[in-house]
Design a protein around this ligand. Structure first.
Ligand code: HEM
Length: 293
């Protein structure tokens, strides 16, 4: 998004962190240099010429940052390309940080300004965090999860697969009414072990995934248990076990996908409401400050 698609993930994440530090240090250095040649006083004061100018520029940038919302609501209209908007949103967000720090005189002030500044820092931090997640997770999702499915369908499909799994084990340890033999394919202790494995490990895992606390959530453990069972059953029963293992590994991939989706989007639950709250407080602060200036 910010840095091109061809570079490695580590490179892009490191660049985001360096860009944050670099932009912050550069803007503060320019302001300090301006003070050194006598343009303004240093350290900055919120009500000095430099402080008020930074406040006005920072406020304008915040309004620009918030303009990403109407841009999203009217996606169909010709309001510029999404990529360009995101690029500007990110760079202006980064530049805004040192400008606001200078405006605040590197302090917090009273309760209203402290709350506004803390919210601003939280919005910036969540934005940077989200950007890092966006570099890393989509690729991880593509690499790890070939059989993508929609998160809301995972539990319904899990129930469906649990029914299939129950039938598969039944077909090994019981005799179907239409069969001509009297004996099931698997009997005795092994049949009991299979039924126990089905009821205690496979079915809960297929229905509930990680929430079931089943040992099958760990891939290595699941592979080991299936390998052991495959060796103990007659060859004719192995395809049923193969299918069972396939269902279990599908569930594991879906859970992993749901987890990635959660991390890909959860930061917006901070970024969006905090940015709205911060903008509201910022307007209140600006109106009050200009009234008493
Ligand atoms: C360095 C600072 C910032 C970064 C890196 C950043 C990053 C992002 C990113 C990556 C999105 C994603 C949108 C998407 O994928 O759809 C976003 C959305 C947004 N950002 Fe920022 N942001 C920053 C600062 C700010 C600031 C200062 C504000 C407001 C004052 C702000 C307000 C918003 C809003 C309102 C959205 C739209 C939320 C939504 O999608 O519903 N951001 N930001």
């Amino acid at each position: 998004m910010l840095l091109g698609k061809t570079k490695s993930i580590q490179w892009r994440i490191t660049s985001i962190l360096f860009a944050t530090l670099g932009v912050t240090a550069a803007v503060i250095a320019i302001a300090a240099a301006g003070a050194a040649v006598g343009f303004w006083v240093w350290p900055p004061q919120p009500s000095s010429a430099l402080g008020v100018s930074c406040g006005l520029i920072g406020g304008a940038i915040v309004f620009f940052e918030m303009a990403i919302l109407p841009r999203k609501w009217f996606r169909g209209k010709r309001l510029g390309r999404t990529r360009a908007w995101m690029k500007w949103h990110i760079w202006m967000g980064l530049i805004c940080l040192p400008i606001i720090l200078i405006h605040a005189g590197f302090g917090f002030g009273g309760p209203l300004t402290t709350t506004t500044l803390v919210l601003f820092l939280a919005v910036t931090a969540s934005g940077i965090w989200g950007l890092v997640m966006q570099q890393w997770l989509p690729q991880k999702m593509l690499a790890e999860i070939p059989g993508e499915t929609v998160a809301v369908q995972i539990n319904r499909l899990g129930d469906y697969h649990a029914i299939e799994a129950a039938r598969l084990i039944d077909s090994l340890v019981t005799v179907p009414p239409e069969a001509e033999t009297a004996e099931p394919m698997i009997t005795g202790a092994l049949a009991a072990e299979l039924v126990g494995f089905r009821d205690e490990a496979v079915l809960p895992y297929l229905r509930l995934g990680n929430r079931s606390n089943s040992a099958l959530a760990a891939q290595a453990e699941a592979e080991q248990r299936f390998a052991r069972l495959r060796e103990s059953v007659p060859p004719a029963a192995r395809p049923a076990l193969d299918r069972l293992e396939e269902l279990v590994s599908l569930r594991r991939r879906w859970d992993s996908q749901a987890r990635i989706n959660f991390w890909l989007h959860n930061w917006l639950l901070l970024h969006l409401p905090l940015s709205v709250a911060m903008t509201g407080l910022m307007i209140l602060h600006a109106v009050r400050a200009l009234k008493y200036w």
